[in-house]
Design a protein around this ligand. Sequence first.
Ligand SMILES: NC(=O)C1=CN([C@@H]2O[C@H](COP(=O)(O)OP(=O)(O)OC[C@H]3O[C@@H](n4cnc5c(N)ncnc54)[C@H](OP(=O)(O)O)[C@@H]3O)[C@@H](O)[C@H]2O)C=CC1
Ligand SMILES: O=C(CO)[C@H](O)[C@H](O)COP(=O)(O)O
Length: 472
Amino acid sequence: MEKYNYGVVGLGVMGRNLLYNIADNGFSVAGFDLDEEKVIELKNGVAEGTKVIGSVSLEEFVIGLDIPRKIILMVPAGKPVDAVLESITPFLTPKDVVIDAGNSYFKDTERRIADLTSKNLHFMGMGVSGGEQGARRGPSIMPGGDLEAFKLIQPMLELISAKVNGEACTAYMGKGSAGNYVKMVHNGIEYAIMQLISEAYDLLRKGAKLNTDQLYEVFKKWNEGEMNSFLIEITRDIFKQKDDLTDGFLVDQILDRAGAKGTGKWTSEQAMEIGVSIPTIDIAVTSRILSAYKEERIQASQLYIKEEIATPENIELFIKEVGDALYLATLISYAQGLALLVKASEEYKFDIPLKDVVKIWRGGCIIRSVLLEKFYGAYTENPSLSNILLNREISEIVKSKVKPLRNIASFAVLNGIPSLGIQSSLGYFDAYSTDTLPVNLIQAQRDYFGAHTYQRVDQEGVFHTLWNTQNI
Ligand SMILES: NC(=O)C1=CN([C@@H]2O[C@H](COP(=O)(O)OP(=O)(O)OC[C@H]3O[C@@H](n4cnc5c(N)ncnc54)[C@H](OP(=O)(O)O)[C@@H]3O)[C@@H](O)[C@H]2O)C=CC1
Ligand SMILES: O=C(CO)[C@H](O)[C@H](O)COP(=O)(O)O
């Protein structure tokens, strides 16, 4: 029986498309899904000249693969991954490689690595970004962990991934569960940028009073310049989409309640756990939570009637400043996410190559943008840069945009336009670039009520004061 080069488990949105992409690149691929319909439908999308087979029997699927087997899992994170591993391992033989390409939690990946390694199997966590189209035509791929297994699949990954300047958007992300960790942070940044874009949209429609056609034009222009990115591009296209059920645009008929699957929350939890400040990402996560309070928000809006929003004197300038503010707030969000990767790399001994992270995020993924080219330059100059804001070239960009960011943040505050992301990016920047913060007072308070001690600016050591004892 002829054997297949790769196996894919999970033939949903991502799995099916990744499978076709691998087949397009000259490999024979077998697919398995619990859902028979999906297995049957698989043949409908097979490109001419490619070799693809679907299977409804897990055993047959496994037996039909080349040894060592290389099996990619594209099932939902959590229990489904454990369920697949439990059912598939009895059919595997030593040295087979299982690659979890879903958005799995990195600590789950660590547990699975230990479990499968003890069975003489290879297990890798690998982030994939680009959504349905990316998976089909070229995603950004973030593999990590087992080097021996990585080397085995590296040529295939380089073929199927997106390309920027002829370079593949895939690279080894580090040890252990680094691949999942990098993808998690990618998604945290994705949350932040999406939040910021939604705030810019709000400012343009409520402040500049732009209609949807005009919003399309603004985003089109933005996407043609320094703000060129996947998320700006799809936002432009969203403003073009008419609604099938009404005369208007689809975006205006969509309920203002955002969903989330968990990677953004994990990013925030992680940052808290290892002590990294990523307020724009945190705010983006909590803003989606707040959006779900629809009924309460309606009640509150009737209780706290807002004043009419002022129209800026110079609309052209206002639109330009919203663009600049969005650009800088986005840059600051990347800075936070990348700083988290720097700390996580030390903390978990991942050895994440930051230069390669930004290199492979330049194409294929949801947060791809021309800005990443500048970050790539910064990490090429200094691979151990602790924060992108410390790079000289980046600092020139920041300095040129900080005034518009302040102006737009002020406009939003003065007019009651929600702008949690914009405010937190600016707040982070202001705190990060301040040599003396007022937390000396917090230390004094902590020592006052809890004898937590403090350090002094003029002497080494740890101190405690008996503060106003009469009041205690
Ligand atoms: N959608 C996206 O844009 C992206 C998704 N991801 C990640 O990729 C992974 C897959 O996502 P996506 O393709 O969107 O999800 P889908 O729900 O579209 O597909 C998952 C598929 O896996 C199947 N499945 C579930 N359990 C098993 C099992 N035990 N054995 C075999 N098949 C099983 C499901 O079958 P059934 O429907 O019958 O349960 C379904 O067909 C997730 O981790 C997701 O977070 C990553 C990047 C982008
Ligand atoms: O990984 C992805 C994109 O990179 C997935 O689309 C993910 O589902 C996005 O996260 P959420 O559903 O929480 O918005």
